[in-house]
Design a protein around this ligand. Sequence first.
Ligand SMILES: Nc1ncnc2c1ncn2[C@@H]1O[C@H](COP(=O)(O)OP(=O)(O)O)[C@@H](O)[C@H]1O
Ligand SMILES: [Mg+2]
Length: 313
Amino acid sequence: MSELEPETPTDFEELDRALPVAQAPVVVASPDIEEPSISAVAPATVFVPQAPTPGATGTRIIVFANQKGGVAKTTTTLNLGVAFKEMGYHVLLIDLDPQGNLTMSQGLNPDTIETSMFDVLVRKIPISDVIERREVDLAVASIDLAGAELALAALIGRERSLEKALVEVRDRYDFILIDTPPSLGLLTINAFVAATGVIVPVQCEYLALRGLVQLENTLTMVRENLNPRVGIEGIVPTMYDGRTLHAREAVEILEENFGDLVYRTRIRKTVRYAEAPVKGSSVLGYDPTGAAAEAYRELAKEVLHGAQASEHA
Ligand SMILES: Nc1ncnc2c1ncn2[C@@H]1O[C@H](COP(=O)(O)OP(=O)(O)O)[C@@H](O)[C@H]1O
Ligand SMILES: [Mg+2]
């Protein structure tokens, strides 16, 4: 029980003061550099957790975050989740993005959903009331979620709303995977506070790397004020086109800056990932024997072994 108690109960004002700093634009050394200036700052600022730490109950709560849109957060949340389920794990996905793409990708329409994560976070209804059983269990988003940032802002304990909601169901799952909107607002902060780790999907191009400094700054604020255990547990290179020098160099820059945090699996660029959600399916369900499905199975093994390695350390 004591693990559930906030270590710093009334720290919201502190976070308020801290966040504008976290979200300040990253100052780059030279305006006309071709590569991100990240190489100068990233290694020193990145907090490397000992290893992915399971929660108090052993459940791993992984957030997929990157304030850039279109980097495959939603695609990775779904396909990694289904890959874990294939391995026999109990998996819950949570759609925290008001755009509801994860919800849609399981064949549900966020525009007609009546109760959703909005009601869980703001009206405090049990999360089990908004879980749909699809390929994996999914706590759904609706269009209402767009109002959640504003509604949450007025609540006491607004950063811990998701963490509290998860207490009810946490023991039923081995993995809880949370898809977030392309911003570092209160919805994403709620996810970081509830998390045991963060996985960052990054598109394989130079400019995609820049936002990582800002993301890491926000995580530092969350660690200092709200959840000391949270950190980036891995970076997934996505939309990789190995035929282009640009993509290969982008991955090299990632590895130079983030070392072992970068998973070995590259998620290649293929239209399969766009086709599957139209059918309301993961790519593992849509094209089970294809290379696109296999890539997420490989990634699942890597994410899993990260945790197993830590247990034996
Ligand atoms: N590896 C990939 N190759 C090609 N297209 C992809 C890949 N991964 C995702 N996509 C497509 O790119 C778009 C953005 O992906 P999505 O997962 O929605 O990103 P995010 O959630 O970060 O905004 C979607 O249309 C998705 O189907
Ligand atoms: Mg998305």
